[in-house]
Design a protein around this ligand. Structure first.
Ligand SMILES: *Cc1c(COP(=O)(O)O)cnc(C)c1O
Length: 414
């Protein structure tokens, strides 16, 4: 194909929110009205219906026996966690603070699990008292929990988080394989299991999490198969039958030009096959997958208001009241190697007569505060609302909100 005919990659269609009268409609409310209702810009809005729909889509695509957990570090907003707790089968937490929100949400403690390196003695005590499942990530955690159990009499329920001997290919963020701070290396797990047997702690299963933000079903399928085999092998050294096998997640959503929505069909088919095998090979085990961004990422937007429009040497800059201090990921500074644009739109001018090539920047005194780099957007002026899609995960919660002392951002669930 000649270069002139080659299309630049574009963003996947962002059609999760309807448009009415030229305005994006979120939670049934036109955006400018929603901004007034929020009481301020900038704000994050999460759409309940989208969250509900996403869980329903997953339930349809995956076998019924697979338990679906929400990894709440993607978005720990309490109201959202309450909503999710009613839809999913369990909540995965990664700190004592998240544990509090999960318990407040009404989730059944039996279906809450706690992963993360460096759990403090205090957090382990909290977890044992709550009766949740603790994913052990070191030998230290086993002896610490045995002490806690002895001292308090609260029986500690544990699973072993395995650092696998393989990687999740094509993953946006690798969290297993090779030397890692997460979990216990597969080769050390038999010894750890012996230790657990001696400790008197209640062993319930295994947890594996190979990586995050993956858009290749074949890579996810491969990681799930390898995780299953590894768990099967290690189960032979376990002090009691495996009751939970958490195969991780890693399902990605399209953020950048050229990325497409994940095809769930091959993943569902593979999980059906694994569930079938588990029935005979790990008969007491529940299979679990844990998802964060896939459940909540697409249901959220970040909205800021344009405060200035400047032209510098021919390039148009829209300066907004929001920026990287609220949305580090969209600025490209949360683990991206090469900065790319999130999908962005002018939410109150969805059917524009005129478009312009512009950069959207925030108010911070740093060139890193860039929300959109030379994108074609509706021609916009101060007062208009810039919307960043795909902002329901790792937005508000993953941003340096104290940086530069600008006004705070709010979150609403509609
Ligand atoms: C962060 C994390 C998740 C969620 O990852 P997503 O990319 O948001 O799906 C799940 N499990 C563990 C152990 C994690 O640390």
């Amino acid at each position: 194909m000649p270069a002139s005919e080659r299309q630049a990659p574009i963003h996947a269609a962002m059609d999760q929110f309807p448009v009415n009268d030229g305005e994006l409609v979120v939670g049934g409310i036109p955006l400018s009205r929603l901004a007034t209702r929020a009481g301020q810009t900038p704000f994050y809005a999460y759409d309940r219906q989208q969250l509900t729909r996403r869980v329903a889509q997953l339930r349809t695509a995956l076998p019924a026996s697979i338990k679906l957990h929400y990894a709440m570090k993607a978005s720990p907003m309490p109201a959202l966690v309450c909503h999710m707790a009613r839809l999913v089968d369990g909540i995965d937490v990664a700190s004592g603070g998240e544990l509090k929100i999960a318990l407040d949400s009404g989730a059944d403690p039996h279906e809450i699990s706690f992963a993360g390196p460096g759990k403090s003695p205090h957090e382990l005590e909290q977890a044992a008292a709550a009766g949740i499942l603790i994913n052990i990530e070191s030998f230290r955690e086993v002896s610490e929990l045995a002490d806690i159990q002895r001292k308090t009499g609260y029986p500690a329920r544990i699973a072993v988080r395995i650092n696998p001997d393989f990687e999740l290919k094509s993953s946006g963020m690798k969290m297993g394989g090779g030397p890692k701070q997460f979990g216990v290396d597969a080769e050390q797990v038999p010894e750890l299991l012996t230790e657990i047997g001696r400790s008197g702690l209640a062993f319930e299963g295994f947890h594996l999490f190979a990586g995050a933000q993956n858009l290749k079903p074949e890579a996810i399928v491969e990681a799930q198969c390898k995780s299953f085999e590894l768990a099967l092998r290690l189960a032979k050294s376990a002090p009691s039958p495996v009751r939970f096998l958490n195969l991780g997640g890693g399902f990605g959503i399209p953020y950048f030009p050229g990325e497409a929505h994940l095809d769930l069909a091959p993943i569902g088919a593979n999980l059906a096959m694994l569930a079938e095998r588990a029935r005979s090979e790990l008969p007491e085990a529940e299979l679990v997958i844990e998802l964060g961004r896939y459940l909540v990422g697409e249901a959220g937007i970040y909205v800021s208001r344009i405060v200035d429009r400047k032209v510098s040497r021919g390039q148009i800059f829209l300066v907004t009241d929001g920026g990287l201090h609220h949305h580090l990921s969209a600025s490209g500074n949360f683990g991206q190697v090469i900065r790319k644009n999130y999908p962005v739109t002018i939410g109150n001018k969805m059917t524009p007569e005129k478009r312009e090539n512009v950069s959207v920047v925030g108010p911070l005194c740093t060139p890193l505060d860039l929300l959109a780099d030379r994108m074609d957007l509706a021609a916009a002026l101060p007062g208009d609302l810039v919307v960043i899609y795909q902002s329901g995960a790792y937005g508000f919660t993953a941003s340096p909100r104290a940086f530069l002392g600008h006004p705070a951002c709010v979150e609403i669930l509609v």
